[in-house]
Design a protein around this ligand. Structure first.
Ligand SMILES: [Fe+2]
Length: 295
């Protein structure tokens, strides 16, 4: 149900994830029930946004929050001034702030088996949010109002994850930075109100507003499950079973840890044996439960 609010082909998406960017166009009113620009303006000007709800971006990076933090709330008028000076407001964790977005995120998680979080981005005319970067999850961009252009480059890191190729910790190499500076984007998508944009994990993007109006969009992050995740769940099941064996719970002398070769060999033999004997039906049910926990 929830994917069908966003995409035209939910059944296909559930069967095979798109590996290329994909644009879906709907009417401009479609997502007003989720959030409107007027509501965000009211949140800003009524002073009801706390520091944990926001990140302010300027010139491609986050403004140091210590500059405007006043006991957990942004200084009065600071966010509005920031927007007036072409800064971007990022609303963090809208799935924990707004019931209608919480319901959407829960429903998407229930439908996909993925973890889901939702942020908002409010950028004035002529403004630029983050400069070229990539994310370690699929992003579904839901354009609420105004227009935004998405210049893209294909991934430098294939299937980046938090543990590997996280942009924040990795950044770009000098060669990559040089390439991005001098190479025009391979594609640019311009989103209008009601559009939804599927941006696969790892695509490099540098969105900016187009036209005279501020742009407001939701970023719905879908944290894909991977083969490594399934392997980790299977391994966790085996390790949980190991706890029922007193021999596996017995302490190892410090000398064993100094020369752990035999212990490692025994552990490998245990794991190989336990994996070979494991009931595939039970493992399958456990993996399914981990992806789709009972409500
Ligand atoms: Fe991004």
């Amino acid at each position: 149900m929830s994917l069908s609010l966003l995409l035209d082909d939910p059944a296909e998406i559930l069967t095979a994830l798109p590996t290329e960017p994909k644009l879906y166009q709907h009417g401009p009113e479609r997502f007003r029930p989720l959030l409107t620009r007027e509501e965000v303006d009211a949140m800003i000007d009524s002073g009801t946004l706390s520091m944990k709800n926001i990140v302010l971006l300027k010139d491609g990076t986050a403004v140091d929050p210590r500059i405007y933090d006043d006991h957990g709330m942004p200084q009065a008028g600071y966010v509005r001034r920031h927007l007036n000076e072409a800064g971007t407001l990022s609303l963090r964790g809208l799935d924990r702030m707004r019931p209608v977005i919480a319901d959407l995120a829960k429903s998407l998680a229930h439908q996909t088996g993925y973890q889901v979080h939702v942020n908002g981005y409010y950028t004035p005319a002529g403004g630029h949010g983050l400069r070229y970067h990539y994310d370690r999850y699929v992003t579904l961009i839901v354009q609420i109002s105004g227009q935004k252009a998405w210049p893209l480059h294909p991934p430098f890191v294939e299937y980046p994850l938090a543990e590997y190729g996280n942009f924040t910790s990795r950044g770009f190499t000098d060669d990559e930075r040089h390439y991005l500076e001098f190479t025009p984007p391979t594609q640019t998508y311009t989103l209008n109100p009601g559009d939804v944009f599927w941006l696969p994990r790892g695509y490099i993007h540098s969105p900016h507003t187009v036209g005279d109006e501020p742009s407001l969009h939701l970023t719905i992050a879908l944290h894909e499950r991977t083969g490594q995740w399934v392997a980790a769940e299977v391994a966790n099941q085996i390790l949980r079973q190991a706890l029922s064996d007193p021999a596996m719970r017995a302490g190892l002398a410090p000398a064993v840890l100094g020369q752990p070769g035999d212990a490692v060999e025994e552990a490998r033999a245990y794991l190989v044996g336990a994996l070979a004997k494991a009931d595939l039906g039970e493992l399958t049910a456990a993996v399914r439960r981990a992806a789709f926990p009972p409500a």
